[in-house]
Design a protein around this ligand. Structure first.
Ligand code: GLU
Length: 478
């Protein structure tokens, strides 16, 4: 059975590329009837950022990536934490020391520093020179009680090869790989040790992770061999980059996953877009449901090239998803954004529910709604100055406002078709072009030159507000 894991380190708020990798794992598990496991790799105590674990878990939950296992048997599932499993890694590290496949290194930070400086001065590559690997038993004994780290004894010759599920054959010359630290002096394992041990003990069948981990391949493959374990199938997926070809970063727009949530992307749109960040279904499809993605996802359609992340494309896709939402769902998704902006509260919720749908066709991000809809919620319309100048003092404006105030007041059913009918009657009666009524009326009611369809907008404003705003306009447009 397929068993995959998402193994984030709580060292900061998650990057969108990291969550994309979680999604690939989850989709792969769901499509193959396998299990998806979440393991928090929190053994680097110096880089631990409080709150980041919560943010990571909230992000995957928001996307709907549920997990199937954890230390609490029977659920509700919590993720595994490596910091609770340190005894396991310690025991394994010491076993490798006993077998001569790893060794204790007593070099102090000062010694390592001097070593590096000397190497730099001699223009040699820097790295640990393996001096403690050559210590005799007696010399080791003499260090008893001294702080130490455990280093892995890499083979000194030959190459380490691996047939990556995505990149094919990858190889590294062993001599260029240093004797990496497995266990630190504080007793915590490094990423390499804990990751390999847990992937084995948790019976992970496929590792799907970002390309930045390719360089860890020789260390991991050698560690598996030393432990007599079969490695899982390693698959390195492309990194995300900005349109300029550099690593996707703040410069290119939002990159922290929580920023996307705050900007008002929908979970389904984000899911769809992230699935296509490095994977493709092999045809022209872009809008794909979760079910389709799960059904069609396969590792062999993942690209080996870095993937260019276009925020505009994501925004477009979000707009497509917003358009397709049932009106009620759109309204429910929008309300929190308007509440947060302070323009909607309990007392105007019903009114808000009427005006929100007017932007469903056009809006791309829910966070755009407060600005787009703000004029509905104010008593003081601030008119676009240039547009106001254009209409101010035009001879028909006074008559037009009076006629419309009258017709609207008399309307029994204050609905778009009726509003349109009496407005068109007024236009005909005035004998002016359509725009000479439509535009100044929009300006009077919203202060703006663009916005939702005029008659729907008037209906949503309601009779009272509409009439009051037209009255108000007499003061500024006449
Ligand atoms: N803890 C690593 C990370 O933060 C895991 C990498 C892996 O999947 O092996 O991404």
């Amino acid at each position: 059975m397929v068993r995959v894991r998402y193994a984030p380190s709580p060292t900061g708020m998650p990057h969108v590329g990291n969550i994309r990798t979680a999604l690939f794992n989850w989709v792969f598990a769901r499509g193959s009837g396998g299990k998806f496991i979440v393991r928090i790799e929190d053994t680097d105590r110096n880089r631990y950022v409080p709150g980041s674990e919560e943010d990571i878990l909230a992000s995957i939950q928001w996307l709907g990536l549920d997990y199937d296992e954890g230390p609490i048997v029977g659920g509700p599932f919590a993720p595994y934490h490596q910091s609770e499993r340190t005894h396991i890694y310690q025991e394994i590290a010491h076993r490798l020391v006993d077998e001569g496949k790893a060794y204790k290194c007593f070099c102090t930070p000062e010694i390592l520093d001097a070593m590096r400086k000397e190497q730099e001065a001699r223009k040699q590559p820097t790295g640990y020179d393996r001096r403690c690997r050559r210590l005799s038993k007696d010399e080791v004994k003499a260090h008893e009680g001294d702080p130490y780290v455990v280093r892995f004894a890499m083979p000194l010759e030959g190459v380490t090869q691996y047939n990556d599920g995505i990149h094919g054959l990858i190889e590294f010359r062993n001599i260029l790989v240093d004797d990496f630290v497995m266990l630190k002096s504080d007793g915590y394992p490094t990423y390499h040790l804990a990751n390999v041990v847990d992937d084995h003990l948790m019976e992970i069948t496929h590792v799907i992770r970002g390309d930045e981990w390719i360089s860890s391949m020789p260390r991991h493959v050698q560690l598996y061999a030393a432990l007599g374990w079969e490695p899982p199938k390693l698959n390195h997926v492309p990194l995300l980059m900005g349109p300029d070809g550099s690593k996707l970063s703040k410069r290119h727009g939002a990159v922290q996953f929580s920023d996307f949530i705050q900007q008002g992307y929908l979970s389904d749109a984000m899911f769809n877009f992230l699935a296509l960040c490095g994977w493709s279904p092999g045809d022209e499809r872009e809008i794909m449901s979760r079910e389709e993605i799960i059904r069609d996802f396969s590792l062999d359609r993942i690209s080996t090239n870095p993937f260019v992340f276009h925020h505009d494309k994501l925004k477009w896709m979000n707009g497509q998803y917003i358009k397709r939402l049932p009106i009620d769902e759109f309204v429910e998704a929008a309300v929190p954004f308007l509440r947060k902006a302070g323009i909607v509260a309990e007392e105007n919720l019903d009114y808000a529910r009427k005006v929100i749908p007017l932007e469903q066709e056009k809006v791309k991000l829910l966070s755009e709604l407060p600005e787009l809809l703000s004029f509905f919620f104010t008593d003081r319309i601030a008119m676009d100055e240039a547009a106001a100048k254009k209409w101010q003092g035009m001879p028909h404006i006074g008559q037009m406002l009076d006629a419309l105030i009258r017709s609207y007041t008399d309307l029994e059913r204050f609905e778009p078709e009726e509003i349109e009918r009496v407005t068109r009657d007024t236009i005909a009666w005035l004998g002016v072009p359509n725009g000479h009524v439509i535009h100044p009326v929009r300006l009077a009611l919203s202060g703006r030159t663009t916005g939702p369809g005029l008659f729907e907008m008037i209906a949503a404003l309601g009779k009272e507000r509409t009439v009051a705003r037209l009255e108000q306009a007499k003061r500024s447009l006449l």
